[in-house]
Design a binder for this molecule. Structure first.
Ligand code: 13P
Length: 287
């Protein structure tokens, strides 16, 4: 059974750790993340972007696959299936398809419109027991063709959107999706502290988890971050392991072309990455 992400994140915020949100792309990815969560007795959030949902055959396919895998694999740790950076229509579609958590990303709208749309989606998701994340201050970098500049969120806007009853808040603090450039200035902890002071006890979300140094991750957690999103790092680990397998000519040996063998090193690499993050975020054993 899937759960919404509210309880796991409120607990994380109270106890000073963060739950990892790992984006999934296919069945192997999902299995790798679920197995790692179970092995580490860690709660977990499976993130699905609209692009990944489309790639996997649609939101309904994803919801049914994840629910069936949680059941068939006897997963006993809390698992939330969460829409990542949802549009207004995409958020509604995932609520209908059976996701247990959604993110409505209205950061591209003017704040009044973001607030109005978020309010409507908070009411809809809460009427069905689904948790909802909202965003102010676009996260930089590129995701599914959407490019942002790494804005710093306005604490006043954070307070306004939090007051709508959202369950957790994504606010830009200089973080970006994908690899960080050499000249990246790092997370802006002054802004994070102001956001924390303006929003009370709501769990904060750190997007762009790939490549943030461990000390910055820990400091962010100490300032109210309770959910950290990781996508690119798993993709890089998967690609590197698959590349190594092919370059070593292993696909040409015996039945090395069998997808169950060909994809196995990549799956192990995802598992290692996820386990490392769970350790860093402090969610191991927190079920
Ligand atoms: P990265 O791809 O940088 O890890 O960011 C993931 C993310 O924030 C998904 O919303």
């Amino acid at each position: 059974m899937l759960v919404n992400a509210t309880n796991m994140l409120v607990k994380a915020r109270e106890e000073g750790y963060a739950v990892g949100h790992f984006n999934i792309n296919n069945l192997e990815w999902t299995k790798a993340v679920l197995e790692t969560a179970e092995e580490n007795r860690s709660p977990v959030i499976l993130g699905v972007s609209e692009g990944a949902g489309k790639y996997m055959g649609g939101f309904l396919t994803v919801a049914q696959m994840v629910k069936a895998m949680v059941e068939s694999m006897n997963i006993t740790v809390p698992v939330a299936l969460h829409l990542d950076h949802g549009s207004y229509e995409g958020t509604k579609a995932c609520i209908e398809a059976g996701f247990s958590s959604v993110m409505f990303d209205g950061s591209k709208y003017a704040i009044e419109e973001n607030l109005a749309k978020t309010k409507e989606l908070v009411e809809l998701s809460h009427s069905l027991g689904i948790s909802i994340e909202a965003e102010v201050g676009a996260i930089g970098g590129e995701e599914d063709g959407v490019v942002g500049d790494g804005e710093l969120a306005d604490p006043e806007e954070c307070a306004k959107i939090t007051a709508l009853g959202i369950d957790f808040l994504a606010a830009g603090i200089g973080n970006i999706h994908g690899k960080y450039p050499e000249n990246w200035k790092g997370l802006n902890f002054d802004v994070l502290e102001k956001i924390k002071d303006a929003t009370g006890s709501i769990p904060l979300v750190l997007h762009g988890g790939t490549g943030i140094p461990a000390d910055m991750v820990k400091k962010a957690i100490s300032l109210g971050v309770a959910k950290i999103n990781v996508n690119t790092e798993c993709q890089l680990a998967f690609a590197a392991a698959t590349r190594e397998y092919i370059l070593a000519g292993k696909d040409l040996e015996s039945k090395g072309y069998d997808p169950r063998k060909l994809l196995a090193p990549g799956v192990s690499a995802i598992k290692a990455t996820v386990a490392e993050k769970m350790q860093l975020f402090g969610s191991v054993g927190k079920v």
